[in-house]
Structures are given as structure tokens and as C-alpha cells.
Ligand binder design. Structure first.
Ligand code: SAH
Length: 231
């Protein structure tokens, strides 16, 4: 007969083992897919090692949570590839004092990674179910410095502007002008731009002395930025 106490101990042991194996997998992912590919910002690497990506994917995708791929999250959307999340986070040069706007919350993974580093994250998701469940998840996980809004990110988030950085995680046909306007002097915006099913380019915009410069970073494939300029 197994006593209730030993059953409980066995259960806790198994739970601990599962946690450890997630941690090992995450460590391996960061080393092999992120550090080895050139991401070197210490704070970004630490955030990628900390955020438990398996808690941001649907149950049937948990086994793949630490492979360096985007995964389906329902509503036809995806959770971004870990390398891309790390890359976009590094590119904005995140610092502890910063206020960052993200467009395209999805399940909230990128928002959590940003929230590990910067002071405040504002994130907007156009699909209500995704935005609402991301808000619940982030709250449950204790991220008190993330605010989620359901709406069209095209217009940014006027009340909280300007932002030191803006991270757009859906591919727009062109850079939405309101986002450029809400970028602070010295600020940086990273955004995929291009056709829905063709090659898109990840762009880095920088605002200096009121002027905006644009740099092409890499070819990418993101889900489309929807909603046009509708309010
Ligand atoms: N940042 C997410 C990526 C989610 S995929 C992550 O960390 O994994 C991009 C998301 O952008 C999708 O959930 C999609 O619904 C959302 N999106 C598309 N167009 C949008 C818009 N105009 N405003 C806000 N969100 C948008």
C-alpha cells in the first residue's frame, strides 16, 4: 500500500522533475538558437532564460515550446519564434527605465520578455479573445508592469505616448504614421513591413532630432497586420 504521504511526495518529485526538464530545454534553446546566433545583450539573454515559454502555448504545443519555431496559438495566429523575439528585443536596446509599446500581443510572450527588462510595457491586440487571455495570463504570472488593450494598434496608444521603443509583431503594408508620431526623440521602432504572403522586411526606425531614419534588418515572415486604419 502506498501511503497518501508518499503518493504526495512522489507527485511533488515528478512535478519538480518536469520543471527541471523545462528549464534544461529552455537553457539549451537559449544557448543553441539565440546566443550561438549572435544575441549578446545580457538582459535579453536573461529574460529569454527566465520567461517560461511553455506557459504561453496551447496544451498540445507544450512539447514543442522550446524548439526555435513559431507555434499556432488559435484564432489563426502564432507565438513568435524565440530567436525573433530575442532579436527584436535586442534591437530596441531595452533599458530598465523604458516605456515600450508592443503591437500584436498574441499570447503575451514578447510582452513578458520585454517586461522582464523595461519599466512598463503597453501592448495592443486586435483579436479580443487573444488579448483577454493574454491579460489574464500575464496577471497570473505576476507581470504587473504590462497593460493589455484590445483594439487596432494602427493608432498606437495616445494616452501613454511617447514611447522609448515600439515593437510591432504583425506585418504591415507600410509603417503606420501614428506609431512614428508616438515614438520619443531618440526612440527606436522595429516593425516587419511587406505583403501578406510575400517577403517582408524587418525595419528599424530611429527618431533623431525629429527626423526618422530607416534601416533594413532582415527578411522575415509574420502574420498580417489587420484592421487597416479603422478606429
Ligand atoms: N507578440 C506575439 C506575436 C503574436 S502574432 C508573441 O509574442 O508571440 C501577431 C499578433 O498581432 C496576432 O495575435 C494578431 O492578431 C495581432 N495583430 C494583427 N494586426 C493587429 C493590429 N492592427 N493591432 C493589434 N494587433 C494586431
Amino acid at each position: 500500500m502506498v501511503s497518501p504521504l508518499s503518493a504526495l511526495l512522489l507527485f511533488l518529485l515528478l512535478l519538480l522533475q518536469t520543471q527541471n526538464s523545462f528549464q534544461e530545454k529552455r537553457e539549451r534553446m537559449v544557448k543553441q538558437s539565440i546566443e550561438a546566433r549572435g544575441i549578446s545583450d545580457k538582459a535579453v539573454l536573461k529574460a529569454m532564460r527566465t520567461v517560461e515559454r511553455h506557459l504561453f502555448v496551447p496544451p498540445d504545443q507544450v512539447a514543442y515550446a522550446y524548439e526555435d519555431n513559431p507555434l499556432p496559438i488559435g484564432s489563426g495566429q502564432t507565438i513568435s519564434q524565440p530567436y525573433m523575439v530575442a532579436y527584436m528585443t535586442e534591437v530596441i536596446r531595452p533599458k530598465p527605465h523604458m516605456k515600450v509599446l508592443e503591437i500584436g500581443t498574441g499570447n503575451g510572450y514578447q510582452a513578458a520578455v520585454l517586461a522582464e527588462i523595461v519599466q512598463q510595457v503597453y501592448t495592443i491586440e486586435i483579436i479580443p479573445e487573444l488579448g483577454e487571455s493574454a491579460a489574464r495570463r500575464l496577471k497570473q504570472l505576476g507581470y504587473e508592469n504590462v497593460e493589455v488593450k484590445v483594439g487596432n494598434g494602427y493608432h498606437g496608444w495616445e494616452e501613454h505616448a511617447p514611447f522609448e521603443a515600439i515593437v510591432v509583431t504583425a506585418a504591415a503594408e507600410a509603417v503606420p504614421p501614428p506609431l512614428v508620431a508616438q515614438l520619443k526623440e531618440g526612440g527606436r521602432m522595429v516593425i516587419p513591413v511587406g505583403p501578406q504572403n510575400g517577403t517582408q522586411t524587418l525595419l528599424l526606425l530611429e527618431k533623431r532630432k525629429g527626423k526618422v531614419t530607416t534601416q533594413k534588418l532582415l527578411p522575415v515572415l509574420f502574420v498580417p497586420f489587420t484592421g487597416g486604419d479603422k478606429k
